[in-house]
Design a protein around this ligand. Sequence first.
Ligand SMILES: O=P(O)(O)OC[C@H]1O[C@H](O)[C@H](O)[C@@H](O)[C@@H]1O
Length: 314
Amino acid sequence: MASENVYVEHCKGINDLDKVILRENRGVSAEVYLYGGQVTSWKNERREQLLFLSSKAIFQPLKAIRGGIPICFPQFGNIDSLEQHGFARNRLWSVDPDPPPCSSHASARAFVDLILTHSEEELKIWPHRFEFRLRVALSPAGDLMLTSRIRNTNTDGKSFTFTFAYHTYFSVSDISEVRVEGLETLDYLDNLQNRERFTEQGDALTFESEVDKIYLSTPTKIAILDHERKRTFELRKDGLPDAVVWNPWDKKAKAMADFGDEEYKHMLCVEAACVEKPITLKPGEEWKGRQEISAVPSSYCSGHIDPRRVTFTG
Ligand SMILES: O=P(O)(O)OC[C@H]1O[C@H](O)[C@H](O)[C@@H](O)[C@@H]1O
């Protein structure tokens, strides 16, 4: 069991589900449910919530929690016969009692190591043995860092193939005030058009209708600028070439039981992912995928904001 200290608290959350609270200097914090291995909260030093969590989210096994950072594994989407976005987000993870050394975020004090392995039940729907280790860490500066290490532990000599995403729901003031930089001019697969391939035109992305796109071979940094809240999220990723951008907009919002009708205005999913080219692991092989997110104050200037030149005050 991970040690209890001022940085890490193991407790019960909604519906008595186990959760872990990570705390750092100046009151920054994050919360992780063992159900889904899912981050559900990330707060800055002003105790402001940085992730979107639906007011209608259902915290009950077999349904993924709507918001935070669901983990999509072993598939993103519903291409395969498996459940949409795979089973990892619908399973009870454990605290990893003996995590192997993790070079990422080695200096973090507020972190938890979780593990998910195949169950006998699982083997019927996805016939592979695996160990999925997830480290969630909060840096002293308040950055939220997730590292996934997935190992093929098959004993029958078989490789397995998977796709993956950190399905991050960012909290935004008003979707019509948001710009995403770093994806312009890239190719994407449009989920609203049978995954047909297009090229993004023009400047940074803005939003005025439903969007569900998988941007391909993206840069390792993406910025999400919230003009009204004067906040910029910076997403950095490694091992995850693609980035999914999703907002259901009004009609789909109404069709989702665990999502408020108007909540689409206050969220945007930007998901570090590996979708276009699935990953194949031979027995004994391990894959690693990392995502780090920071939230920094940004000064508003109509037109261009260069995420590399935002004003850091913290
Ligand atoms: O409702 P969920 O299974 O959580 O999926 C929510 C959304 O996830 C991704 O962003 C997909 O690209 C969307 O097509 C999907 O609607």
